[in-house]
Write a protein that binds this ligand. Structure first.
Ligand code: SF4
Length: 251
């Protein structure tokens, strides 16, 4: 998995935590959703939302010595085979917030397309946000950026990220980054067979905007259908992350 633009260092580990699985398509970026793609390969229906019982309390699991299996200073990318703010998860989420609160030594990255549900889904003691939670909003095009990012700016959270992923067009984030409320923008292309184009020019433009407003930037994956200098490249999925890192050198 990628490191979501957060510099690795010391003991920081990046781990996926999917307490529930499955999702509903709700946006142009969902068209070739990798959850649907991978579930179909396994003859599963990704539109059915299931609690993942074996993984639900992952951050609290301990080894035989009584130590947490998820070490301190890890980062848990939460709900990356679903959406944290799905209606179906409303009851389950109450327990998840308790787990997040219990593991203050771990950072939880929550990425969503359903930021409009945020204020209905936070715990009573959220106040200005838990210190160990990053809220990231996915915007694949300008329309979705204009729709979702004003909400992201408005909510209370200690750290706020934008994921321009899967990027589908050139997106101007100026009005959102100029507020000083966004900590990082991470860009990625779409994966697998039917992937739509990710054009390196779009990535460069976002990097320039980030530089202008002093916002951290990452290019986390090229996608499988990458265009650079007008030339198309088919990138194998497992190379998407390393190729993006190479691309960062040209930004
Ligand atoms: S919101 Fe994310 S997980 Fe859900 S269908 Fe869309 S792309 Fe897939």
């Amino acid at each position: 998995m990628n490191n979501f633009g957060i510099k690795k260092g010391g003991k920081m580990k990046h781990i996926l935590w999917n307490p529930w699985h499955g999702c509903h398509k709700c946006s142009p970026g969902c068209l070739n959703c990798y959850v649907y793609y991978l579930d179909k390969l396994r003859d599963k229906d990704a539109s059915i939302i299931n609690k993942v019982k074996t993984n639900f309390n992952l951050p609290l699991k301990k080894d035989r010595q009584g130590n947490y299996k998820i070490p301190s200073e890890s980062e848990l990318a939460t709900c990356f085979t679903s959406d944290f703010f799905l209606e179906e998860a409303d009851e389950w989420r109450k327990d998840i917030w308790k787990i997040i609160k219990q593991r203050k030594d771990v950072t939880f990255l929550i990425c969503t397309k359903r930021i409009h549900r945020f204020n209905d889904c936070i715990p009573d003691d959220w106040e200005d946000g838990y210190d160990n939670v990053i809220i990231a909003v996915t915007c694949e095009n300008q329309e979705k950026a204009n729709e979702r990012l004003p909400i992201l700016l408005d909510i209370k959270a200690k750290r706020k990220y934008i994921f321009a992923s899967p990027i589908l067009e050139d997106i101007d984030f100026s009005e959102f980054l100029s507020t000083g409320k966004i900590d990082l923008v991470s860009v990625g292309g779409e994966s697998y067979n039917n992937a739509r184009v990710c054009n390196f020019e779009w990535v460069k433009n976002i990097k320039k905007t980030c530089d202008k407003y002093n916002v951290k930037f990452d290019f986390h994956q090229t996608g499988s259908n990458f265009v650079i200098n007008g030339k198309h490249y088919k990138i194998k999925h497992h190379d998407e992350y390393s190729q993006a890192k190479k691309g960062m050198k040209y930004l």
